[in-house]
Design a protein around this ligand. Structure first.
Ligand SMILES: C[S@@+](CC[C@H](N)C(=O)[O-])C[C@H]1O[C@@H](n2cnc3c(N)ncnc32)[C@H](O)[C@@H]1O
Length: 249
């Protein structure tokens, strides 16, 4: 079950006000450290004659889709959010022929998986912390499953939490997840980069402390085969490692 408290929160909040606040952080400058990886995935898709496509998870008011993906990279975006309120607002106020808004919930993303499509970039800003801690592993797995070979999963979250209902991903869970996802031949392994983004959200911090934003980029190699993917998100978190160990015996 997704974090219903978080979804209820965003269904109650005034979307126009949220949009003003979220836009006040800018987007290109504040996300500058992750833009080269996004650009690389998009350019590589174009280089092999593929029209790149992006999935934004936790889109909110359409701010990432418009300010990063359609304005800077001119790519079509499927923008997902669990809040009907924010989606309705975005469809009216941030509509763009290159953006398709979809009501769906991470980590399951049932409607998105039902399309049987993968994306050159799967991007999520400030949404992982809205999920319950026990959903973090499944969330990372489903984002990677939806990323095309040669593409990148780019996840950004604030730390420490900026709202009472937030749960920022635990480093141990992240490490375990990444390790479990890498039981593949060398050339099919995911590559990871972690880092920090400029502090832009400290005005929203609960306790007035500066808020760092952490990012995790997962590069999916071109050789990565479908069967070596992370397991479906509804399976128990340790399924992949047990399964792989059994196969390798
Ligand atoms: C802090 S806002 C971030 C909005 C935007 N990505 C940004 O960076 O400004 C978090 C967003 O995540 C959405 N959200 C919360 N839980 C979600 C879930 N389980 N699946 C998809 N979206 C979710 C909320 O409705 C909200 O739009």
């Amino acid at each position: 079950m997704p974090n219903s408290e978080s979804i209820a929160f965003y269904n109650r909040e005034d979307a126009a006000d949220l949009n003003r606040r979220w836009l006040s952080f800018g987007r290109a400058e504040t996300n500058a450290p992750v833009l080269p990886d996004i650009e690389k995935a998009i350019m590589e898709a174009r280089a092999i004659g593929r029209e790149p496509k992006v999935l934004c998870i936790g889109e909110g008011t359409g701010v990432d889709a418009t300010k990063i993906f359609t304005d800077i990279f001119h790519v079509p975006v499927v923008a997902v959010d669990a809040s009907e309120n924010l989606l309705e607002w975005s469809q009216k106020n941030a509509s763009n022929p290159n953006i398709e808004y979809v009501h769906d919930t991470w980590p399951d993303l049932k409607k998105i998986f039902a399309r049987n499509e993968q994306y050159d970039v799967v991007f999520s800003s400030a949404t992982l912390q809205e999920l319950k801690p026990e959903e973090h592993e499944a969330a990372i797995r489903s984002a990677v499953q939806l990323t095309k070979p040669g593409g990148a999963t780019v996840l950004i979250w604030p730390t420490p939490p900026t709202r009472a209902h937030h749960s920022v991903p635990d480093l141990e869970i992240l490490q375990k997840t990444l390790k479990n996802m890498n039981h593949c031949p060398e050339e099919e392994r995911l590559r990871f980069s972690f880092g920090k983004l400029p502090d832009v959200t400290n005005r929203l911090a609960l306790n007035g402390e500066p808020v760092m934003r952490a990012y995790l980029i997962i590069h999916v190699p071109i050789e990565r085969k479908i069967n070596c993917e992370s397991v479906p998100s509804h399976l128990p978190p340790d399924y992949q490692s047990r399964d792989v160990h059994q196969k390798s015996r």
